[in-house]
Design a protein around this ligand. Sequence first.
Ligand code: COA
Length: 210
Amino acid sequence: MLDFDFYITTPRLAITYFNPNQESHVDFMMRLYGAEEIAASTDSFSMEPLTREGALKMINERAEQIETTGFGRYLVSLLPHPTNETNENQSQSKLDMVKAAQLIGLVSLNTRDGAKSSPIPDAGFRILSSQRGKGYATEALDGLLKYYAQEKQVLEVLAYCDPINEPSKAVLRKLGFQEESTVELEAHGLVMNLGQWSRGLKKGIKDYNQ
Ligand SMILES: CC(C)(COP(=O)(O)OP(=O)(O)OC[C@H]1O[C@@H](n2cnc3c(N)ncnc32)[C@H](O)[C@@H]1OP(=O)(O)O)[C@@H](O)C(=O)NCCC(=O)NCCS
């Protein structure tokens, strides 16, 4: 069973597990993949808005994935601004602050099954459209990659993104990813040509692609 009190923090954000027993997390997943957010996508994938059952299934499957593989999808929340009052009396514990944080997106490091998959984990991110352009995706992925590097010695990372997804490519560039060639990969149930990006590879990308 995952420890749902687990968290990582960055200067402005908290990164935690999605908890299937937390209604607010299920509601948030539905919102993040709801009609409004799909319409504001920065890539060309078209998908159906997530139902409550779909959101719950996704959270349950991803929680199981983290438990069994150590890789998966994490919730990103915006920490409250520290007020003078909390600075003075330290009345709020860090965990309380994390629990009070505003849900704004997700960040992931995933391994994939399938014949065409690389054994290296790949990074993903999604931020509510109302919260974009503030550096949150970059900060969240930076924090997650530092955690995996320090705690799990994972330094070789890939990412896949739609070649037209300029904001996503900007995030990857800012974090030192290099653009590799385009690969055919299944995403959202469709086979797509996606740009492959890499960071920290010890060998050439061709040695990893199957
Ligand atoms: C991709 C996404 C997560 C970025 O989130 P974000 O919090 O706005 O990202 P950041 O603020 O950290 O960085 C965004 C960068 O993209 C840049 N950018 C935004 N729109 C751009 C455009 N049309 N062309 C070029 N750059 C663009 C911003 O200027 C910023 O770079 P800068 O800091 O150098 O100015 C967000 O757009 C999103 O959720 N998109 C839908 C889901 C998705 O596509 N996920 C990625 C799948 S691979």
